[in-house]
Design a protein around this ligand. Structure first.
Ligand SMILES: Nc1nc2c(ncn2[C@@H]2O[C@H](COP(=O)(O)OP(=O)(O)OP(=O)(O)O)[C@@H](O)[C@H]2O)c(=O)[nH]1
Ligand SMILES: [Mg+2]
Length: 224
């Protein structure tokens, strides 16, 4: 049986969430804690990318991770293999999102463990993940070479609020006939400032470049 700590989140108030998120973001800044909100469709590779990313950050930062789903601890167990501070958030089936109060509940467990970088693996529900501000310092979206080049156009709000996009599963691009240039063009049509990284959580391609960029942003928030 898993010994991962589980936090059951509560339904939140959509009308006050943006205010709660802005307040949380300010508090994290004051405390020197960086929080990454990683979004993306089911199976796009969020957990696997975190398993590649976290070990490259732990020399410099105290990293914690919150995984999210309805009722398992499967992702938290996978992350627990590479990260000492992990917990699982559970959301309700009728309200599939992580609100600012939801991420605050997880942070209240991790912060006493002296964590200064928190990864949130959000639910693979693109519309509600984008609509509910979690209070994160940074928003990143994962798309994959198996998902086609048009995700950014169809779920544009998520891409409009992101700081970076990880185009994952580059190792499968040849097999699926993935049009990388079209995918990049579509991302920048929605958000010209989005930083784009082509990565593979399987082969490690592009992970170093992504981690270097991310580390620079983390340092701005948490210092040396
Ligand atoms: N070939 C290949 N497979 C990958 C890559 N990244 C992830 N996968 C595989 O894709 C599947 C889904 O990866 P996950 O990391 O579980 O995806 P996720 O986005 O966390 O999925 P949910 O949490 O269910 O939304 C797993 O079988 C991974 O091993 C990649 O870059 N290349
Ligand atoms: Mg996952």
């Amino acid at each position: 049986m898993s010994d991962i700590k589980i936090i059951e989140l509560e339904e939140a108030d959509a009308l006050t969430n943006d205010e709660a998120a802005a307040e949380l973001r300010d508090q994290l800044k004051d405390m020197g804690i960086f929080m990454l909100n990683l979004m993306g469709a089911p199976g796009s590779g969020k957990t696997e990318l975190l398993r590649q990313t976290i070990p490259q950050l732990t020399n410099s930062f105290q990293v914690g991770c919150m995984c999210t789903d309805l009722d398992t601890t499967l992702d938290a167990e996978r992350i627990g293999e590479v990260c000492d501070h992990v917990l699982q958030l559970h959301v309700g089936g009728m309200w599939p999102y992580v609100s600012a109060e939801g991420s605050r509940s997880g942070l209240m467990e991790l912060i006493p463990e002296d964590v200064n970088v928190v990864m949130l693996e959000n639910l693979g529900v693109l519309i509600s993940a984008a609509a509910w501000d979690t209070g994160s310092t940074m928003n990143v979206v994962v798309v994959s070479a198996t998902g086609g080049p048009n995700t950014s156009l169809k779920y544009s709000y998520m891409f409009a609020i992101c700081d970076a996009v990880l185009i994952n599963k580059s190792d499968l691009a040849g097999v699926t006939g993935f049009d990388l240039e079209k995918c990049k063009k579509n991302i920048h049509a929605v958000n010209e400032n989005a930083q784009v990284f082509v990565v593979s959580a399987k082969t490690g391609e592009g992970i170093g470049e992504w981690v270097e960029w991310l580390s620079g942003h983390i340092l701005k928030q948490v210092g040396q």
